[in-house]
Design a protein around this ligand. Structure first.
Ligand SMILES: [Zn+2]
Ligand SMILES: [Zn+2]
Length: 172
């Protein structure tokens, strides 16, 4: 358990309008991701806590690195991403999306972990317009072109086109 993400908020709860900054760089194992997509690089967390009438708002960013395969050309990707965080902590949960303030403490760890995991794309792309591989010869269409003639009008290609549709679906 990463202690830097357990924040005592007695002062904040006493004085609405009070703020607190949390800026830490954590070892990835401290966040207990249990997810093979997360790369072993530091997780940088920068959060601004503010005491509100309905709880404590937590705004900021978390940076982490994930890896995966482009869903079209299967290139290996390793991406450092910055996730925007905007959450609310409450003593008594009124907002169904809020996290609980337990014992005058915010445990930011599960919240940061959840935000990072949700931000990893399910069907990653090496670039938005990645042309992918030729479904016939398998050549990488980003690097070269081939002479395969692919027409959906030709029934012989029907099965391949259908298969391509399946392969293009984001991996769940
Ligand atoms: Zn690609
Ligand atoms: Zn081809």
């Amino acid at each position: 358990m990463a202690k830097p993400l357990i924040i005592n908020v007695v002062e904040l709860l006493r004085w609405p309008g009070t703020t607190k900054e949390v800026a830490v760089s954590l070892d990835v194992v401290d966040l207990e991701f249990d997810d093979s997509r997360i790369v072993n690089e530091p997780v940088d967390v920068a959060l601004h806590l503010e005491s509100m009438s309905n709880g404590i708002s937590v705004q900021g960013t978390a940076c982490a690195t994930w890896s995966g395969l482009c869903r079209r050309c299967v290139a290996e990707l390793s991406v450092r991403m910055t996730v925007d965080i905007s959450e609310l902590y409450q003593k008594e949960l009124e907002d169904p999306d809020a996290y609980v303030i337990d014992n005058d403490q915010l445990n930011l760890l599960p919240m940061v972990r959840e935000n990072i995991l949700l931000a990893i794309p399910l069907g990653p792309l090496c670039r938005p317009d990645c042309p992918g591989l030729c479904p016939h010869c398998g050549i990488d269409l980003a690097e070269s072109s081939c002479k395969c003639e692919i027409s959906t009008a030709d029934p012989r290609w029907g099965a391949l086109e259908a298969l391509r549709g399946v392969l293009d679906d984001p991996a769940e």
